[in-house]
Design a binder for this molecule. Structure first.
Ligand SMILES: [Zn+2]
Length: 168
């Protein structure tokens, strides 16, 4: 009886703990939750970027507002057969504080994607731009920050949202 209770409590703690702390932080953060962006790519890339931006902005403590001279920049282009469909790189930073994040979308792959999958790629990269790293412990389907292109998640999950809210 006592042993059973201990196991039950351990499982309860484990169950409560793992979803709360599954997200991984990249190590960079903006100095304020008010972050500027642009989605000035073209066609469906702009549409899906705006869709992903709206979810991050509405669902987390980060506030994304448009600027023609933004912190988060986006580019869609044919970067060839280079193994990535989306990339987020630090454009400017000082220590862990970031001043610019540059997102690249590789149309070599993504032109052949559905709009939904394109949105998944861009939303994932926006997650990096906000300061999230890759979350693979929850497996495919657990987080938009899972680092696999065969993604089944197109929007931030509760784990992704918790990660951004832990930063801002
Ligand atoms: Zn990634």
């Amino acid at each position: 009886m006592k042993k059973g209770l201990a196991i039950a409590m351990f499982l309860l703690v484990l169950g409560a703990w793992s979803p709360t702390f599954a997200y991984v932080l990249w190590g960079y953060k903006w100095s304020s939750p008010n972050i500027t962006y642009e989605c000035d790519m073209y066609g469906d890339y702009t549409t899906q970027c705006n869709n992903g931006k709206t979810e991050w902005s509405n669902w987390t403590d980060a506030n994304l507002s448009y600027s023609s001279s933004p912190g988060i920049t986006t580019t869609a282009g044919n970067f060839g057969n280079v193994s990535w469909s989306g990339l987020c790189s630090v454009g400017s930073s000082s220590g862990s504080t970031v001043y610019r994040m540059d997102i690249s979308i590789n149309t070599y792959y993504t032109d052949g994607y559905s709009s939904q999958k394109r949105k998944g790629v861009i939303t994932h990269e926006l997650g990096h731009a906000l300061g999230l790293g890759h979350e693979n412990r929850l497996g495919p389907g657990g987080a938009v920050m899972y680092d696999n292109d065969g993604r089944t998640v197109y929007s931030p999950t509760q784990d992704d949202i918790n990660g951004v809210n832990a930063i801002y």
